[in-house]
Design a protein around this ligand. Structure first.
Ligand SMILES: Cc1cc2nc3c(=O)[nH]c(=O)nc-3n(C[C@H](O)[C@H](O)[C@H](O)COP(=O)(O)O)c2cc1C
Length: 336
């Protein structure tokens, strides 16, 4: 079975990618993912807040004077000990890239353009095969316009593209007035890949304790419908590679994303739930399914069920919506 795949110009042995998660926080973790068979690994993200903290620390150290460097460090034991800061991240990236024979992609999580470019370049120098920009931005200020939010995404991408030569992917949210246009703008601004979509970790409320509770919830396959819909719509309409992320639990979820048109399919929750070795289950399941359906190569099935280019997309979506409602209404309440 031919599973090899291209992603942003990188040659992958298969289309399954381990997306950013705590599983890639150590070299051993990265090795386990590679041994389980994934085609590429996105490291957990380096956060903009960490860049800022390190910059502040450096400034304070510079003020203190070079000769008192050792002593000055003791003023910041928490930062040095606890935070997996930028230097530690770059060191992990370098060792991970050397330890495995699949591409290791660095991930930056932030929202303002400053700082990203330098660290993207440093990630490239440390051996990152590509950079993923996880633009995690919930504009909580109700006065920020949609156009401003979109422009932020383009600005961050442009800065990073100017700074590196490796491919750059943007992991974005689905919450735009026109998600398709945002994707097209990023494509035109030079994105080599679009990763659809990041998941906002929305807080919940505990009514018994009268408290707001946060926490990282793992996904379920039903959540794959939204990214899958957009991948099917964007297939053939952007030059950037399309990466699917969210809701891959079993082999069928991987297959469905490929049929919709994903170049690669990412997974995090399932690997956290079942262990990195679950990647082999997903890949074996893909091969079995391809065998049953008579496909010899992933390229033969990719995008088979995408929205065909040239279709009136709005009419297509509307027809699907109306059709689905009609079906639901006729089964539950009779014809309308
Ligand atoms: C515990 C946890 C940590 C994560 N950390 C990151 C991160 O550092 N950077 C990032 O871009 N995405 C992060 N994600 C999001 C995942 O990479 C992925 O996009 C998301 O969970 C949807 O995929 P899934 O349904 O396969 O989990 C994290 C997800 C989980 C569950």
């Amino acid at each position: 079975m031919e599973l090899s795949t291209g992603y942003m110009g990188l040659a992958l042995r298969n289309p399954l990618v381990a997306s950013a998660s705590p599983l890639s926080k150590t070299v051993d973790g990265v090795r386990r993912l590679a041994d389980a068979g994934v085609g590429a690994i996105v490291l957990y993200s380096l956060f903009e807040e960490q860049l800022r903290r390190e910059a502040a620390l450096n400034a304070q150290l510079a003020d203190t004077g070079a000769e008192s460097f050792g002593e000055a460090l003791t003023y910041f034991p928490d930062v040095a000990e606890e935070e997996p800061g930028p230097r530690r991240y770059l060191s992990l990236l370098e060792r991970a890239a050397a330890a495995v024979d699949v591409p290791v992609i660095g991930s930056l999580n932030g929202v303002t353009p400053g700082g990203w470019a330098d660290y993207a370049r440093a990630m490239q120098d440390a051996g990152a095969a590509a950079i993923e920009l996880n633009i995690y931005y919930l504009p909580g200020d109700p006065h920020i316009s949609g156009r401003d939010v979109e422009q932020r995404h383009v600005d961050v991408l442009t800065r990073v593209k100017d700074a590196v030569t490796v491919p750059v992917a943007v992991k974005l949210s689905p919450y735009f007035s026109s998600t398709g246009e945002m994707a097209v703008r990023l494509d035109e601004a030079g994105a080599d890949g679009l990763v659809l979509f990041n998941r906002f970790l929305q807080p919940d409320i505990d009514p018994e304790d009268l408290a707001v509770v946060s926490g990282v919830g793992l996904s379920n396959p039903a959540e794959a419908k939204l990214p899958r819909t957009w991948i099917a719509l964007l297939r053939g309409r952007v030059g950037a590679s399309l990466a699917a992320t969210t809701g891959v639990e079993g082999p069928a979820d991987l297959v469905k994303y490929l049929l919709a048109g994903a170049d690669v399919v990412m997974t995090a929750s399932a690997l956290l739930r079942h262990g990195p070795e679950h990647a082999a289950v997903l890949l074996d399941g893909l091969s079995d399914w391809m065998g049953r359906k008579g496909f010899a190569a992933v390229d033969q099935l990719r995008g088979m069920l995408a929205v065909p280019p040239g279709t009136d997309e709005a009419a297509h979506e509307r027809a699907g919506y109306v059709g689905a409602l009609r079906e639901a209404n006729s089964s539950a309440y009779g014809d309308w």
